[in-house]
Design a protein around this ligand. Structure first.
Ligand SMILES: [Zn+2]
Length: 385
C-alpha cells in the first residue's frame, strides 16, 4: 500500500490510521465540491462558504467510510478474527485482519457487514432528503443529497464481484461454500477480480480519450484491482500451503540475540560486523525477547541522522517491538503469513516456553521451503503438520 499511514485514534479498541494519500483525496473532494457542486446547486453561494461545505461533506464521507470498515471489523471480531488496524487510504478504507475466516459462512457475514452499514447510512440520508420541507435552506438539501449519493456509490462499488472488494469476498465465500475448497474459490474470485480490473482500465481510457478526466480515476481503480487480486490470490495460496506447519519446522536456528541495553556502537562491533545476518532478536536482561533489530532499517536510520549521541544510544531503541513479531515454536506458519506485521517486516522471532529466542523465521525460509517441497506433502523437509 503506498505511503505509510499514521495512527490518529483508537475506536472500540481498534487503532485507526490515515495514509497521507487520504489527505490528498480529502483536498480533491473539497476542491471539486467547493468549485463546482455547491456553487451549481446553490446559486449565489459565496466561495468561502462553498469550500467550507465541501470540506464538511468530505469529512462526513470520511466518517461514513469509517463506519463501513467498523461494520466489517466488529463482525470479524465476533467470529474470532482479530482486527489489527483500520486504515484510510487512497480508495477508501481497509480493515487489516490478523488471520482469515476458517468457514465460508463467517467470511460471507463479515464481507456483507460493511456494505450493510453503507446501505443503512445511504437510506438514512435518502429518508432525510425526503423529509426535508420545501422551505429548508438549499445548502442543507445539497449536502444531504451529496451524502445520499456517495454512500449509495460506496455501496454499489464495494458490491462489485471483484475480489478483493467486498462483493468479490461474497463471491469467494459462496464458491467456497459450494466446493469446500478455499484455494480454488480464491483463484476463481481473483480471476474475476482481474477481469473487472481490466474492464475498468479500458472504460477509463475510453472516457479519458473522450475528454472525461474521471476516466483516469477509473484506470487507477482498475489498476488497483488487477494488482490486489493477484497479490491476494498468491497470499492465500501461500497461507493455505503452510496452514498446519509449525514455526519451529521452518525457522533458521542460528539466530544471535543482542541485549537491548547495549550501546549501539558496541552492538555494531560485537554483533553486526562479525555476524552477517539481516536481523537479530533483541532481549532484556533476563534473556527474554523484546523485539527484533532489522539491519537494513538501522542502516537507513543511521545514514539519515548519524550522530555520536545516536551511537551511544541503547540498541533496544532501534528494535521493532511489535508483539506480533514474537511467536511461539508451535505457532502456525499459515496464520503468521496472513498477519500484517509479518507482511510488513518479513520475519519473526521464534521463542521457547520461557520467551527466550530459539530462532528466526523469515519469508526467505518460507520461500525456500516452498521451493524444496516434495510434490506430495513436504514431508522430506520435516514440515510437521
Ligand atoms: Zn468493505
Amino acid at each position: 500500500m503506498p505511503g505509510r499511514s499514521f495512527r490518529f485514534a483508537r475506536i472500540a479498541g481498534i487503532p485507526v490510521g490515515i495514509s497521507p494519500w487520504w489527505l490528498l483525496i480529502v483536498a480533491l473532494i473539497t476542491w471539486s465540491l467547493g468549485a463546482s457542486y455547491f456553487p451549481e446547486e446553490v446559486p449565489g453561494l459565496a466561495a468561502p462558504a462553498a469550500y467550507a461545505l465541501g470540506l464538511g461533506s468530505a469529512l462526513l464521507l470520511f466518517a461514513s467510510i469509517l463506519a463501513h470498515e467498523f461494520g466489517h471489523a466488529i463482525v470479524a471480531r465476533r467470529h474470532g478474527i482479530e482486527v489489527e488496524e483500520i486504515d484510510l487510504w487512497l480508495l477508501g478504507g481497509v480493515a487489516q485482519m490478523r488471520g482469515e475466516a476458517t468457514r465460508p459462512e463467517d467470511e460471507l457475514r463479515y464481507a456483507l457487514a460493511g456494505p450493510a452499514v453503507s446501505a443503512v447510512i445511504a437510506a438514512c440520508f435518502v429518508a432525510l432528503l425526503a423529509a426535508l420541507p420545501q422551505s429548508s435552506p438549499p445548502v442543507l438539501t445539497a449536502l444531504v443529497r451529496y451524502e445520499a449519493y456517495v454512500n449509495g456509490a460506496i455501496l454499489v462499488f464495494n458490491l462489485l464481484p471483484a475480489f478483493p472488494l467486498d462483493g468479490g469476498r461474497v463471491l469467494r465465500s459462496l464458491l467456497w461454500r459450494r466446493s469446500r475448497e478455499k484455494q480454488r474459490a480464491t483463484r476463481t474470485a481473483a480471476s474475476v477480480g482481474r477481469v473487472f480490473g481490466y474492464v475498468m482500465i479500458a472504460l477509463g481510457l475510453i472516457a479519458f480519450l473522450d475528454n472525461d478526466a474521471t476516466g483516469l480515476w477509473l484506470c487507477l481503480v482498475g489498476g488497483f484491482l488487477v494488482v490486489a487480486s493477484g497479490a491476494q490470490a498468491r497470499a492465500s495460496e501461500l497461507t493455505g500451503t503452510f496452514t498446519g506447519v509449525r514455526a519451529s519446522a521452518l525457522m533458521s536456528r542460528e539466530a544471535v540475540s543482542i541485549p537491548g541495553d547495549m550501546p549501539l556502537e558496541e552492538a555494531i562491533e560485537r554483533y553486526l560486523r562479525p555476524f552477517h545476518y539481516h536481523a537479530f532478536p533483541v532481549v532484556d536482561e533476563r534473556g527474554r525477547a523484546i523485539g527484533i533489530l532489522r539491519v537494513d532499517e538501522l542502516e537507513a536510520h543511521l545514514s539519515r541522522h548519524e550522530t555520536a549521541a545516536l551511537r551511544s544510544t541503547r540498541v533496544g531503541r532501534f528494535a521493532d517491538l511489535d508483539e506480533a513479531l514474537l511467536i511461539e515454536e508451535d505457532a502456525d506458519v499459515g496464520a503468521l503469513l496472513s498477519t500484517p506485521a509479518f507482511a510488513r517486516v518479513g520475519r519473526a522471532v521464534v521463542l521457547d516456553g520461557k520467551r527466550h529466542p530459539v530462532g528466526l523465521l523469515s519469508i526467505t525460509d518460507v520461500e525456500a521451503a516452498l521451493r524444496f517441497r516434495t510434490s506430495d506433502d513436504g514431508s522430506r523437509l520435516g514440515m510437521r503438520r
